[in-house]
Write a protein that binds this ligand. Structure first.
Ligand SMILES: Cc1ncc(COP(=O)(O)O)c(C=O)c1O
Length: 439
């Protein structure tokens, strides 16, 4: 069967024929195997993978050390007990607290969305306030507090003014209208807008990806994250760094260890368990203790049948142990390959005469088909050539390089990629750019 025939068959039993509809791709592919830096589809075609399943695979697909730990745990009959504690949840918590300086304590979830959900619930319990500030172009999960304003069109944002909040644009049907009452959206890198919203009061938290990595790589301007820290302190709101994408990818201590700004709470996911489903919420003890507050009315509910399931838990332990013991080697390799990719892309894009910018942080990179690095989503919506961006990605896929075929989606290099993979990718990119240039 062709990929399209399989997809049609799946549509009978899965709405849209794909589990998680954000995974629909054009052209459709059916993937059957992934190892290291490579994917294989049902036709046996091999791809160099930069999608990394929306980026968890920092060590590469099917990493032997991580998978061996999982296989061992299953052999040792470490089933889910769901009562009391387990040695491995304690071990993982200790490792996390050791790796990330701002975490005094952690709790474990299955996904990043659960972690950001709990971070906001915790912030509300601590501050006894209702409202949250989120970023245009940020993604923090699918729940009602954060599922707003990701990739809105320039037309939708036409009236947006610096220093002002933006109109809400929900990512989903089915949210209660009341959800909108508790959410304010501002442009990333616009401190004045945050302050203007905070002045009106009742802000429990600001939650943001410290680098916007669901619209490529949009970095904070110098002083921006520090400014958020100062405003949160001044107005009594909690600063939540959503490091589901940045955490572990850029440094063992998270992006917070690079930017030097200390959030009150942080969420992690994705790379923490190298592809196994695990989320983390952690932060200051005085806030985390609300999960166990002595006064029942102030206690924040955390419950989950699968929280700290032994399979993702041992996967995370193996991932973090590997990152810790080979920290220098792994992050140097990722930076070297990232630099090689950035330099190679810049040279080739210039040679083919495209107005383009390569944005990168370590192993995460993106090509924007626009002249300058964006400061926020509005810059991208206005200036990125979305049609060319999509075509570029589709042609790379046809030629055996897999980037998610949606404009602005971040590319992720893993520890399993080699210099030869990058060289091959750049050769293929050169050919793709020459075909793009012609039409
Ligand atoms: C920054 C960020 N936060 C939260 C999430 C939600 O994580 P999950 O998909 O594991 O629920 C994502 C997912 O892409 C993300 O990129």
């Amino acid at each position: 069967m062709t990929a399209n025939e399989i997809w049609e068959k799946h549509k009978q039993v899965i709405p849209g024929g794909v589990v998680s509809l954000n995974r629909i791709i054009d052209p459709m592919r059916v993937f059957v195997r992934a190892k290291g830096a490579y994917l294989w589809d049902s036709d046996g075609k091999q791809y160099i993978d930069y999608h990394a399943a929306f980026s968890p695979y920092l060590l590469g697909h099917s990493d032997t050390d991580v998978d061996e730990a999982v296989i061992r745990a299953i052999r040792e009959e470490r089933s889910l007990m769901g009562a009391g504690t387990t040695p491995w949840e304690g071990e993982l918590a200790e490792l996390l607290v050791e790796c990330i300086p701002t975490l005094d304590q952690v709790q474990l979830t299955n996904t990043g969305s659960e972690a950001t959900f709990l971070a906001l619930r915790l912030a509300r319990a601590v501050t006894e306030r209702d409202k949250v500030i989120i970023m245009q172009g940020g993604y923090n999960g699918w729940h009602n507090d954060v599922a707003f304003n990701l990739m809105d069109s320039a037309d939708q944002l036409a009236d947006s003014r610096e220093g002002e909040e933006l109109p809400l644009s929900p990512l989903t049907a089915g949210m209660p209208k009341s959800a909108a009452q508790n959410v304010h959206v501002v442009q990333f890198n616009d401190l004045a807008a945050v302050e203007n919203v905070m002045r009106r009061g009742n802000i429990a938290a600001v939650i943001l990806e410290p680098i916007l990595q669901n619209i490529g790589i949009v970095k904070p301007k110098p002083g921006y994250l520090n400014g958020l820290r100062r405003l949160c302190d001044q107005y009594g709101s909690l600063l939540v760094f959503d490091e589901v994408k940045t955490g572990f990818r850029h440094a063992l201590g998270g992006y917070q260890s690079i930017c030097g700004v200390r959030p009150d709470l942080s969420s992690f996911g994705k790379a923490v368990a190298n592809g196994y489903p695990l989320g983390v919420i952690g932060g200051k003890r005085e806030y985390m203790e609300y999960f166990n507050h002595p006064e029942p009315a102030k206690r924040v509910l955390i419950a989950g049948t699968y929280n700290a399931h032994p399979v993702p838990t041992v996967a995370a332990i193996a991932t973090l142990r590997k990152l810790k013991t080979q920290e220098g080697e792994i992050y140097a390799h990722l930076e070297r390959l990232g630099q090689m990719m950035e330099d190679g892309l810049k040279t080739r894009l210039a040679r083919h005469g495209f107005p383009a910018t390569v944005a990168r942080q370590g192993s995460a990179f993106v090509v924007y088909f626009m002249d300058a690095s964006p400061e926020n989503w509005l810059d991208i919506a206005r200036y990125n050539d979305m049609e060319r961006d999509k075509k570029y990605r589709q042609r790379l896929i046809d030629a055996g390089v897999f980037h998610f075929p949606l404009p602005t989606k971040q590319g992720s290099i893993s520890f399993a990629h080699t210099e030869t993979d990058i060289e091959r990718t750049l050769e293929i990119t050169d050919t793709v750019l020459s075909t793009l240039a012609r039409n």
